[in-house]
Design a protein. Structure first.
Length: 108
């Protein structure tokens, strides 16, 4: 009887092995589900990026506002009869007085 029980336990273990560790086992299924989840996240990011590109393409095809904005920002173009102002910000620690600047001491 003990021999029959040991044989049955061995058979059950041999049958269970592919279920847990085999090619289509639970571990492989879990790994595949994780890969699918990562791919779905990446696909969602790419779909959002594509929507942005499609909107920009439609703006460029249908309206002049997007073209004008690109020309102003990327190339620095201005319209006729416009005045261009460029504001250059400098920090006080990086500015030096001109070479011909005479320092006047107000205490004297």
């Amino acid at each position: 009887m003990k021999l029959l029980a040991a044989a049955l336990i061995t058979l059950i273990a041999l049958i269970q092995y592919p279920l847990w560790f085999g090619k289509g086992g639970w571990q492989q299924v879990r790994i595949t589900e994780q890969r699918i989840a990562k791919m779905q996240e990446e696909n969602l990011k790419l779909q959002n990026r594509n929507l942005i590109f499609h909107a920009e393409i439609n703006d460029l095809k249908q309206g002049t506002d997007a073209i004008e904005e690109r020309a102003r920002n990327d190339i620095g173009m201005i319209k006729k009869n416009e005045i261009f102002f460029q504001i250059v910000e400098t920090s006080p620690t990086h500015t030096k007085p001109p070479a011909n600047f005479a320092h006047v001491n107000p205490a004297r």
